[in-house]
Design a protein around this ligand. Structure first.
Ligand SMILES: Nc1ncnc2c1ncn2[C@@H]1O[C@H](COP(=O)(O)OP(=O)(O)OP(=O)(O)O)[C@@H](O)[C@H]1O
Ligand SMILES: [Mg+2]
Length: 301
């Protein structure tokens, strides 16, 4: 089998536990991501999702294990990997516009100033930031606006890999929906590889090709890889009518509600790739999901 675009091999992370001992946050995490894939990761708070992302970004080193992108080991940050952090991390002394042009200039050093600015403005407009707002400093923006600047900044650099840590967490439901649509549109056009952390199950089903499920820490593991068997293009209102939607959703809720805990804390577990889960009620001979059918009827009645 050929090696995936991004390959995470036996990643283990321990930290000092503050009491003189060591805390193993996750261990032997192994998974691959294909070029152009959109992968979401779900898991309870503290299981190590942001830590994994920091390692993929090259901003932190794992205690053991390796990450390879395009066959090369990831060490140190690179413009090939764009990150939207959980806490936005904008440069506070620069305006909104300059927070975006800063990276674009580094990415495309040959571009004239006007082209850099036009490019940055286009990405800011895509996330709904236009007019005077783009000359304000981050401290003069709302939390949701800052998050949108951070999203525009990551996308404007056209990285090969986009790493998104709860990028829509601070957005109201309406803006969140709009930006999810924008993200799908941009991704549909560029087919960049995306790895995204979210706590929102419906968001993950709408956006992802695959959802990775993590058990609770300590000794967290990436236990399952659930394929989203709902064809694209997808829309928020359209996916709920697909026969696979509630079956997949129930599986994810069950995992996060029960199995993430039941499977947790096993330090002796052998290193293994996540179990592949394919739920497809449309396959010939598949049982229709009675619960899904009932809910659909309730929605349609
Ligand atoms: N630099 C560090 N030093 C010590 N412990 C750390 C460090 N960074 C993270 N941790 C610990 O590692 C664990 C995982 O943290 P991480 O931020 O990766 O979780 P997460 O899955 O992203 O959680 P959330 O969903 O709340 O964002 C936590 O117990 C945290 O306290
Ligand atoms: Mg986190």
């Amino acid at each position: 089998m050929s090696r995936p675009f991004l390959s995470i091999e036996n990643l283990t992370q321990t930290f000092p536990d503050g009491k003189g001992g060591q805390l193993t946050v996750f261990e032997k995490a192994s998974f691959g991501i294909e070029k152009g894939e959109f992968v979401c990761i779900l898991g309870h708070s503290g299981c190590g999702k942001s830590t994994i992302m920091n390692i993929l970004a090259g901003l932190a080193e794992p205690s053991s294990g390796v990450v390879k992108m395009d066959g090369y080991e990831v060490s140190g940050p690179s413009l090939d990997r764009g990150v939207v952090f959980q806490n936005y991390s904008l440069l506070p002394w620069l305006s909104t516009l300059k927070n975006v042009t800063f990276g674009v200039r580094a990415r495309y050093p040959d571009w004239p100033k006007a082209k850099v600015e036009e490019h940055a403005r286009a990405y800011l407009a895509m996330v709904g930031l236009e007019g005077d707002t783009i000359h304000r400093k981050p401290s003069q923006l709302s939390g949701g606006m800052r998050q949108r600047v951070s999203i525009a900044r990551a996308f404007a650099n056209h990285p090969k890999l986009l790493l998104l840590d709860e990028p829509f967490g601070a957005l109201d439901a309406l803006t969140r929906g709009t930006i999810q649509d924008e993200l799908l549109k941009i991704w549909g056009g560029t087919r960049q590889t995306v790895f995204m952390i979210t706590h929102d199950i419906d968001e993950a089903i709408l956006l992802a090709d695959r959802i990775l499920l993590m058990t609770n820490g300590p000794y967290a593991r990436v236990a399952e890889s659930v394929e989203i068997t709902i064809p694209r293009p997808r829309s928020r209102t359209g996916i709920v009518e697909h026969p696979n939607y509630y079956a997949i959703r129930n599986h994810l809720v069950q995992f996060l509600g029960h199995r993430s805990k039941e499977l947790a804390g096993r330090s002796d577990a052998p290193a293994a790739p996540p179990e592949r889960v394919v739920i497809d009620r449309t396959a010939p001979g598949a049982d229709p999901d009675p619960e899904a059918a009932r809910r659909l009827r309730a929605v349609n009645d």
